[in-house]
Design a protein around this ligand. Structure first.
Ligand code: ADP
Length: 513
């Protein structure tokens, strides 16, 4: 076949032409023999992998193949078997260790007999393409997330134009997506806010920060049908190659607002009820206090006035007993004696009632009381507290306390009276007294060897007229009530620990000085 002169020249120069083409290619073109040693290495290969041609020629091509891939041997084996290997995507290693994503085309080099003598490869760097597709994938994934978000999500560019909305936005605002995309965000605001919003938006772009919108203000959005609803909006600014954007999350807070209002109404109602209640309690307390004062006055008067006729009964019976005993029958004397004893008993009762009344009403003079001195004085002054009638031991020095000396004397005397009284007949009362410091108070103990107090009566005995042991033990049931009232009025407490077999341990706790 006759060839045109130009074509003829071209054919003659084809080897050098091919070499020029290979050299000017942007793809790395290189070849190796069947032992894997590099035979040719073009300029693009130098740039792509960082090895110069003189470094690579004669060197195993495996230096650019990641060791775990072992691809070269597989390729040669397949070519030897006559199989075709076209191209595939893989990774190669540059001289500096950086991975290079490549699309590799492979061709067999055969001699004139068709014998395989080497392999030539064209490698195209697809790192950028890979990145681009990764970015696309990322963007697609983001879209899915935004789409599935439970809040309305809307993306707005720097001019306020809506460039993305999710399905929730369609539901919230009643617009189909295409009616929102391309419109300005003001479309979704009540008309009265539209004017000021664009300048707020511009301000935001000057100092974009992730934040909630409209701090301290109630925000409202407008649906397609013109109705409004309260919203909460979170702003997330972001920079994109196309310029700054804002992704806003929109939450309908109608329900929350309703709950808040209901709650604040309920609180208001509760507040006014509490006020009414307080007023009622205050009124009733005043009423009660008045009644108490009246009652106390009556009982004081009664107790006081009762003693006079009683004393008359007592003294007249005594006079008759003394002056006419020789003329009276035995039975008459017995009756008169019972009359004086009853009058005595009644007088004691009245006196105790008076004492209780006084403790309840008196003005207390609170000050430092030298408890040690006070208790020792009580013990010395009364024969019932001394041998042989009783043994009272004071262990160590009793700590001083804050209280009213007079009423404290009465309280301790009552406790000690009981301690020597409630003992089995024939047994000598033994009482131990000591005090201990407790935080900011002093607890003073009175331990006796008496008959004790049953568990179920420990609290009751401090009430007025409460007596557990009546047979053989005289009393009015007021002593401990007086003691408790006095201690409480001094800001202290009184109590008991008891074990019926081993006696009782009363304690009085008062503030230390
Ligand atoms: P009273 O001594 O006049 O009976 P109190 O008010 O002083 O009245 O005491 C109430 C009751 O508590 C007593 O009747 C008695 O049953 C019981 N009680 C008080 N102190 C003791 C004590 N140390 N040991 C056993 N019982 C006691």
């Amino acid at each position: 076949m006759e060839r045109a002169p130009n074509l003829r020249r071209l054919t003659a120069d084809s080897t050098s032409l091919l070499a020029a083409l290979v050299e000017s290619s942007d793809d790395a073109i290189y070849s190796n023999d069947l032992d894997g040693l590099v035979v040719t290495w073009n300029g693009a290969a130098e740039r792509m992998f960082g090895y110069r041609a003189d470094e690579m020629i004669g060197r195993p091509v495996s230096v650019i193949i990641p060791p775990e891939l072992n691809q070269e041997k597989i390729i040669i084996d397949r070519l030897k078997r006559g199989e075709k290997v076209y191209h595939y995507e893989t990774v190669r290693l540059a001289k500096d260790g950086r991975p290079v994503e490549v699309s590799l085309s492979i061709a067999a080099i055969r001699d004139c007999d068709g014998e395989l003598i080497g392999v030539s490869k064209i490698a195209r760097d697809i790192t950028d393409r890979k990145h681009a597709s990764a970015e696309l994938e990322h963007a697609a994934r983001l879209r899915l997330i935004v789409e599935a978000a439970p809040s309305g999500m809307v993306m707005v560019d720097q001019y306020g134009v809506i460039i993305l909305v999710n399905a929730q936005m369609e539901r919230l605002f009643g617009y189909p997506r295409e009616e929102m995309l391309g419109a300005t965000i003001e479309k979704l605001l009540p008309e009265r806010y539209r004017g000021s919003h664009s300048s707020l938006r511009e301000e935001f772009y000057q100092t974009p920060l992730v934040r909630a919108m409209g701090r301290g203000r109630d925000l409202y959005a407008r649906r397609k049908d013109g109705s409004e609803f309260p919203v909460e909006i979170g702003l997330n600014p972001a920079d994109t190659p196309e310029g700054p954007v804002v992704l806003a999350a929109v939450v309908d807070i109608t329900e929350r607002k309703r709950n808040e209002e209901a709650l604040s109404q309920a609180l208001d109602q509760l507040g006014s009820r509490a006020q009414t209640l307080e007023a009622m309690v205050a009124e009733r307390t005043t009423h009660l206090e008045q009644t108490m004062q009246e009652l106390e006055g009556i009982s004081y008067g009664l107790s006081h006035d009762l003693r006079a006729p009683l004393r008359t009964i007592h003294s007249f019976s005594q006079i008759v007993l003394i002056e006419a005993s020789d003329r009276l029958l035995h039975r008459e004397i017995d009756l008169l004696q019972k009359t004086t004893a009853s009058a005595d008993k009644m007088d004691r009762l009245i006196q105790d009632c008076l004492a209780f009344n006084r403790v309840a009403r008196a003005k207390f003079k609170t000050g430092t009381v030298d408890l040690d001195k006070l208790v020792r004085q009580i013990v010395t002054e009364r024969a019932e507290f001394q041998p042989p009638r009783a043994v009272l031991e004071i262990e160590g020095a009793l700590q001083p306390v804050l209280g009213d000396e007079g009423y404290l004397t009465q309280c301790i005397t009552n406790v000690l009276d009981n301690a020597v009284k409630f003992v089995q007949p024939g047994r000598q009362p033994r009482i131990r007294i000591w005090s201990e410091m407790r935080d900011r108070s002093v607890r003073t103990w009175f331990e006796d060897n008496g008959i004790g107090v049953p568990e179920n009566a420990k609290e009751r005995i401090f009430g007025i007229f409460q007596r557990v042991h009546k047979d053989g033990y005289p009393g009015t049931g007021i002593g401990l009530a007086i003691a408790r009232k006095a201690v409480e009025r001094m800001g202290g407490r009184i109590g008991i620990e008891s074990n019926s077999e081993q006696g009782s341990r009363f304690w009085v706790e008062l503030e230390q000085t």
